[in-house]
Ligand binder design. Structure first.
Ligand SMILES: [Zn+2]
Length: 708
């Protein structure tokens, strides 16, 4: 009953505010001095302004009616639910302790519909593409599509590009997993550093060349190992647009298992690194390998000021449907964002993979012939049994025609005449010869195509943002804005299948131990960041900074990077090899130990009444944490508090931004224990046996549980 009164008062208050706003608006319309400058005769333009205002007021009134009716509904609902005694909650007394009311019962909070008005649709346009609906309606029948096995035949007319040339951007890229078959360090040593080293030289050889890089974790490691001259060259390449850093996260994260805290953290870590070292700000997202796509990432990317993004591993049946309906490029909208403030433009790659055979067009047998790393004599070849041929004067016309046919077919799946053709694969461009083979042969093809106006094609190397910029220009919109006619989509792209019934869903639960350790590290990182910030801020203000281990900041950074690394789509997913998993585990544990150190140091400083007495003594820590892990794959062992006649102190820290009431359990060496509150009041406790297995208790260890 009390609640219903509150809602009535709240409803009336909203009503009054709305009416008062209406009055003010009308008042402004009437008293605006500019409106009287013509002696009361409104010019036509101002009359239309007035009409618009009146329409807005009408709309506001209508919405107001809606809000009031929602409030009425809530009041009715609450009145119906409020029969019987009200739920009792624990409360905090003046002497500083929590009291649990007798006979506590669960309490429920009803969410008012107006609090969730975004969910009701709002004023914005409803997305045409709702992934839930599409998934329900698609037959998932996997019909053989011919050369494009998971698609269909694509045809085009001989004059389709007469009015507007096809503009092709071939985007060289190298996908570097920060751990998968090999560990992060092994990949770096054996492949990644060579890729990045060759990149600097090869891009400088010809200003028309372009390259894409995504994983800042590798880039940062490489950066620490190169000289100033090379760093300057890299900054020039970024500055002149030859090298684009896409997404800019510490890794290309998994999107199914990661917590959003860690996703944001690794994005910030990467972006800050880029800003500090390269002065670069990523504009476009590139996620070719995560096994399905969450709707949270487009939101985070948009909030990080990216305007466009690309995805690849989407269920083949959805790709086919989107290709057939020209929906592979869309504005990705949050289901709750009816005002479309967080929309981001998204490109979905149409074919099976991001490798070269599946990116130039629908026929992998043809496209493979344009992967010049597979030239005869090399270590890899084309599984379709037709090898690539180096481009020469003699064959360029025939080769260019064959490739252009693929480009044109692929282009028919999209709405604009700008075409994106990625050119790369996992750990590509690790040898100078590969750079030469791809760049020289493609440049010959481009030169030929561009020299024949009747072909109506302009082909060049480009970065991802070069492609998006050209698309926005051609469609006449600002970067990131919705090109006319392009669809709007809401939802996500789980679950992923790449072929037949090969669903990539096992990784949602595989290696659960490390998925759990990820969350443990994440929670400790958050706690450590808060305590370190509070402690150092106080120490600096009090002139005690020289006493405090400010170097703990390095431990925080390292832990943040470890957590970031583990968000990689072969780390938290559990899809890496055993030795790589162990490597991640060791890193996670090392960072966890470091964070505990940071927490101990900061908590020590903060709990001291007289901060002047603070001394940093790592050999004799003032506090101990409540558990320890002996190994990266061992369960935590809880600390047993040894009791004697002198009191022991327990410091509890709640890193959340709200008060919590919970039962805290501690292990003690004796059942003869009293727990006192901060001000010396005895607290109600429960003593339990401590079990080592389902049937055995541990002698001399007891669990004491205290409501705090
Ligand atoms: Zn990968």
């Amino acid at each position: 009953m009390k609640l219903s009164r509150q809602f009535t008062v709240f409803g009336s208050a909203i009503f009054c505010v709305v009416i008062f706003s209406l009055y003010l608006m009308l008042d402004r319309v009437q008293h605006d001095p500019t409106r009287h400058q013509n002696g009361g005769n409104f010019p036509r333009s101002q009359i239309s302004v007035l009409q618009n205002r009146i329409e807005q007021l009408e709309q506001l009134l209508e919405e107001n009616h809606e809000i009031i009716s929602h409030i009425k509904d809530s009041v009715l609902e609450l009145t119906a639910n409020a029969e019987g005694p009200p739920a009792l909650l624990p409360y905090y007394t003046a002497n500083g302790s929590w009291v649990v009311p007798p006979e506590p019962r669960p309490s429920f909070f009803s969410i008012s519909p107006q609090d969730c008005q975004f969910a009701l649709g709002g004023r914005g346009q409803k997305p045409e593409l709702q992934m839930l609906t599409i998934s329900e309606e698609l037959p998932f029948d996997n019909v053989d599509g011919g050369v494009w096995k998971q698609g269909f035949d694509i045809s085009y007319g001989p004059h389709d590009w007469d009015a507007e040339d096809l503009q092709v951007f071939v985007v060289p890229h190298s996908h570097n997993d920060p751990g998968w078959i090999k560990t992060f360090d092994k990949y770096y040593t054996e492949q990644t550093q060579h890729i990045l080293n060759s990149m600097v030289g090869k891009l400088q050889e010809d200003p028309r060349r372009r390259f894409l890089w995504a994983e800042v974790s590798f880039f940062a490691k490489w950066w620490d190992n190169i000289n100033a001259q090379k760093k300057a060259a890299v900054r020039r390449l970024v500055g002149n647009g030859q090298l684009e850093i896409v997404t800019g996260g510490w890794v290309m994260p998994d999107e199914a298992n990661s917590h959003y805290f860690a996703l944001i953290d690794q994005l910030i870590e990467g972006h800050q690194w880029l800003e500090r070292n390269l002065g670069a700000t990523p504009r476009s997202g590139w996620a070719v390998d995560p096994f399905g796509y969450s709707s949270t990432i487009p939101y985070l990317l948009r909030r990080a000021n990216l305007t466009s993004m690309l995805i690849q591993r989407v269920h083949y049946a959805i790709k086919k449907h989107f290709a057939a309906t020209h929906s592979l490029e869309f504005m990705w909208r949050q289901t709750w964002d009816s005002d479309a403030n967080t929309d981001i433009f998204c490109h979905m790659m149409p074919f099976y993979s991001y490798d070269v055979p599946h990116t130039c067009g629908p026929d992998p047998k043809i496209c493979c012939q344009f992967d010049f790393k597979r030239l005869p004599g090399g270590r890899i070849n084309c599984p379709w049994k037709v090898p690539p041929r180096a481009i020469t004067e003699a064959n360029v016309a025939e080769r260019a025609a064959l490739l252009l046919d693929q480009y044109r077919k692929k282009s028919r799946l999209f709405r604009s005449n700008v075409l994106l053709v990625p050119l790369g694969d996992d750990f590509r461009y690790d040898k100078p010869q590969e750079w030469d083979a791809q760049f020289f042969n493609y440049q010959r093809l481009f030169d030929f195509l561009n020299s024949k106006p009747d072909l109506h094609v302009q082909a060049q190397f480009g970065t991802l943002s070069d492609y998006f910029d050209a698309l926005y220009k051609k469609t006449g919109v600002e970067p990131g804005a919705r090109p006319p006619g392009f669809p709007v989509l809401s939802g996500d792209f789980f679950s992923y299948a790449d072929r037949e019934d090969h669903y990539w869903t096992g990784y949602y639960t595989s290696r659960p131990f490390y998925k759990s350790l990820d969350r443990v590290l994440e929670a400790h990182l958050r706690g450590a960041e808060i305590l370190y910030s509070l402690a150092t801020a106080h120490a600096r203000r009090s002139g005690l900074a020289s006493q405090y281990p400010l170097s703990d900041f390095a431990l925080l950074t390292e832990a943040r990077r470890t957590l970031g690394l583990f968000q990689h789509h072969d780390a938290i997913t559990g899809t890496a090899k055993e030795a790589v998993v162990a490597d991640y585990g060791i890193r996670l544990l090392r960072s966890l130990v470091s964070l505990k150190q940071v927490i101990i140091n900061a908590a020590h400083y903060l709990v001291l009444g007289d901060k002047e007495t603070y001394r940093f003594e790592p050999e004799a820590p003032f506090l101990q944490m409540d558990d320890t892990r002996l190994n990266h794959d061992a369960l935590p062992e809880r600390t047993v508090i040894q009791l004697d006649s002198s009191p022991r102190y327990v410091v509890l820290f709640n890193p959340l931004d709200q008060e919590r009431f919970s039962v805290v359990s501690l292990l003690v060496s004796s059942p003869r224990v009293r727990v006192l509150s901060e001000d010396g009041q005895p607290l109600a406790v429960q003593i339990s046996a401590h079990w080592s297995s389902a049937t055995n208790t541990v002698t001399d260890v007891y669990q004491v549980s205290v409501p705090i």
